[in-house]
Design a protein around this ligand. Sequence first.
Ligand code: SAH
Ligand code: SF4
Length: 362
Amino acid sequence: MARPISSASELLCYPFSAMSRLNLLDYPPLELESVAESLGAPRYRGRQIATWLYAKGATDITAMSDLPREFRSALSERAEVAVPEIERRTPSQDGSQKLVLRLGDGARIQSVLMPDEDRLTLCVSTQVGCGFGCAFCFTGTMGLERNLTPGEIVGQVVAARRILPDGARITHLVYMGMGEPLANYAATIQSLRILTDPKAFGFSPRRITVSTVGLVSGIERLANENVKVNLAISLHATSNQIRNRIMPVNKGFSIEELLEACRGFPVAFRQRITFEYVLLDHVNDAAEDARRLVRLLKGIRAKVNLIPFNDWEGSGFQRPPLQRILAFQSLLLEAGIRTTVRWSKGEDIGAACGQLKEALTA
Ligand code: SAH
Ligand code: SF4
């Protein structure tokens, strides 16, 4: 069974024990070399394992035919390739597909495959549930059950790849499923290393976006990592008073502190920080909010993604009428801010932003 990893340093010591086997999907190629070495094999055996895992999608260690037989059996005694099991696939009318995945301990998470013209984006989860309790978010009502391991984050890509039609390929990844990526920092970074390593999945960091509720310390740490992914900020309000009300995290990090951290974040050439803004009827959708948003974003290479609220029973919020959504967008466009409206994918199957929730265990 996969064991949660709590710190980056723990990842480096390969704690082989009789109790739990390592999940090889927790490690980038360089660390697989160390795993091989710690079993008395030459380091290049680790590179061979990486090819099997990440290029060939293999999960059976005993079938890794270019590894010596004794090494294969020593390795499979101590390690496994644990891929989340796809328990349910729900296709949406808009072409997206919700995957309910069952983890080793029975916990369930969701990933969403979203085709769009020449792109195929996978939205991945980083936690089972979420502890931040944003008032408009269905996932938030679950509370936090546990963090995902790096292998469970990467495993969502492995599982989704298996069900793609011939010739199809995941082109983009967004960390916008269940949970808060920066609250599970070590595992999120480790998964990004594996996904961007040319000897593993080889995704371009420019095609990966990590979305955060606005954890300032996490944004500052991420700014200094050598994985240069895109950043998305769930802003959702233009005054601390409203943000405190709908996003309790704001009581710890104010809007001003959050935007200061964004100003210090390195943005790649031709890229921008995305500010997500869920439009809630008569809560944050007034013309004055749009004008304040323009002022707040001054000096930041920003783009805004407006998300009309996706309803769920008992939420207490409503989606503004179309006219109000478009008026809000117009004010931002007139001020020269690149602004799109995200008509969420998978709304009819409960797979849209903020609609993800699953019973925790069977
Ligand atoms: N925890 C991270 C990652 C989840 S991303 C974060 O909050 O950024 C999911 C996105 O959908 C976030 O921008 C979130 O605020 C938004 N969202 C949550 N509930 C929603 C709802 N009911 N309708 C529309 N968007 C919602
Ligand atoms: Fe958690 Fe993000 Fe939902 Fe807030 S919006 S409760 S941080 S998943």
